[in-house]
Design a protein around this ligand. Structure first.
Ligand code: SF4
Length: 326
């Protein structure tokens, strides 16, 4: 199903998790726009809040979590705020309007059910009610993701498939309900280079042939800059930079974005990888200033005492830094 004027408008989305009576901030004041057929990559190191940001859009957060802000999905007969809608409205969104591929493909599958039966359960109701049509759709979807023998895969149990094959079946499960948006949470982490490339090609086809919008969580900045239209760089729960991927590739404004680029470049250099240096700041300094100050080569005294404001440039390019790169 394609909705040409689909938009997802996320505004000031924050997630807090309560632990021992205090709210721990997981991410805060995240805002972005997402439109039909586009690919938005959320990039950053592990532990920066990327996965929980995606899960928050489907309200798949722990019981002790609290969300604030809004995420309005428009283009449907009635716009819906994913953060404040009722649980029954959210049930109709999960899998049907928004599908999700999880980091561990096996985690989204039932180990004692064949892949075909699991895909059947994820199909829209009108397809499920016609057994022949459903069987054909299952085979088509498995072929679409690259399986040469779809019927054999449909008869297989998850443990009979390799990691790359499981990832493809997980993708079919996520798109079987014909969602408008596909959230892919680090889907390529466990894949080799060939499977990774195939997955990225598959994303492009999903956009082109089904008009699907894709929100892709990754720590691979280089791939994100190659495939994504828009980029959102997240560090320690803070939006550091966002904008068009092509523009950020040419002119990164934030030292963290630039540092990620340099790390990836260093992997191809003879001296080997040079990670971003670590410096753990005392908690009182971290909460006051820039969260990246302890690792930033451009940090000045003000960075440690005053949190930078979000600045906006042209073409929706924005960044949070006292001293953006020229
Ligand atoms: S605000 Fe200061 S510490 Fe933070 S990224 Fe910018 S220059 Fe670096």
């Amino acid at each position: 199903m394609t909705v040409d004027h689909l938009t997802l408008e996320v505004r000031n989305l924050s997630l807090f998790i309560q632990s021992e009576g205090v709210d721990k901030t997981i991410f805060e004041e995240v805002s972005f726009n997402f439109s039909a057929s586009s690919l938005l990559a959320i990039v950053g190191e592990s532990g920066g809040g990327k996965s929980l940001l995606c899960k928050s859009l489907l309200r798949l957060t722990p019981g002790n979590a609290r969300l604030s802000g809004s995420a309005v999905l428009s283009g449907l007969p009635t716009p819906i705020d994913l953060i404040s809608c009722s649980e029954s409205e959210m049930e109709s969104i999960r899998g049907r309007r928004i599908g999700m591929i999880f980091q561990e493909p096996a985690s989204s599958m039932n180990p004692v059910m064949t892949c075909g039966k699991q895909i059947f359960d994820a199909l829209p109701k009108n397809v499920r009610s016609d057994k022949l049509l459903a069987r054909r759709r299952i085979a088509e979807l498995l072929e679409f993701v690259g399986f040469k023998e779809p019927n054999r895969i449909a008869r297989s149990y998850p443990h009979e498939l390799s990691g790359g094959m499981l990832q493809k079946v997980a993708t079919v499960l996520a798109i079987a309900g014909e969602p408008l948006i596909l959230i892919a949470d680090e889907p390529s982490t466990a894949l080799d280079a060939i499977n990774r490339f195939e997955l990225m090609e598959l994303f492009q086809r999903l956009r082109k042939e089904f008009g699907m919008s894709i929100l892709w969580v990754t720590h691979e900045l280089r791939s994100a800059l190659t495939y994504a239209d828009e980029l959102l760089v997240l560090y320690d729960g803070n939006m550091m930079e966002s904008g068009k991927a092509a523009e950020i590739a040419e002119h990164p404004k934030h030292p963290y974005t630039k540092a990620l680029m340099d790390v990836e470049k260093s992997f191809r250099e003879p001296d080997g990888p040079r990670p971003i240096p670590e410096e753990i700041l005392p908690a009182e300094n971290r909460s006051a200033g820039c969260v990246f100050a302890g690792r930033c080569e451009f940090a000045k005294p003000i960075c440690r005492i005053e949190r930078p404001k979000w600045e906006s440039g042209e073409n929706r390019h924005g960044w949070r830094c006292h001293f953006p790169l020229k």
